[in-house]
Design a protein around this ligand. Sequence first.
Ligand code: KIV
Length: 261
Amino acid sequence: MNINQLRQMKQQGEKIAMVTCYDHASAVILNQSHVDMILVGDSAAMVMHGETSTLPIDIATMAMHTRAVVKGAPDKFVVADMPFMSFRKSLESNMTAVEQLMKTGAHAIKLEGVSGNEELIKHIVQSGVPVMGHLGLTPQSINQFGGFKVQGREQAAQQKIIDQVQLLSDLGAFAVVLECVPAALTEVITKSSDIITIGIGAGNSTDGQVLVMHDLLGYPSSFSPKFVRKYLNTEQLFKDAFNAYAKDVKSQQFPNDEESY
Ligand code: KIV
């Protein structure tokens, strides 16, 4: 999968399936699936490291996760997330962070917000790196939002998001994640814009959807937004498997003769 194929999918109205992934073993399975794009999201902070927000993860950790995923999914378009503050320093430091992610083999970077990032986005694009934006509910600004809330409900807020998407497109971003915004708004944006729109909690008019892998697989979670659809009950499946193993160990059913030397 490459950027031209993704653009073609938008043009032809073929929906793009994107999933987050943070580890090599899962990437190997994803590589055999019909998922088109992988996001190594900074949600890794919460999903993989047990943090309560995405803020604590750093660029070295994001690069480590991205490298593992790229190696496991060589056929997929992999987008690496720029973590909190990694792109809000000097241009040199920001570009060093981009370089660290791209040298893992990622195909693009994603960064949250556009206001204040205009020069940087232009510079990244001019450096040959595809940029995916992220608007609406941007989790790195959770302290400013005061919680995980739907964005763009009022007319003024909707116009702001429309303008931000246009600005991202003008700056050369190839795609944008729209998170937790009304479906009617994303429909207007998707129909009127060349940029690829990927929704999460944004209705089904976007060019594609993204979900956190552990949410769609049904891993345990303290917070389950209404936009999550669980395609598997991993929590139960894992518990059953662990309990079956523990039972076999305790009853000396494992290992048996064939599993012994
Ligand atoms: O980090 C992440 O998982 C994301 C998605 C929720 C879009 O940014």
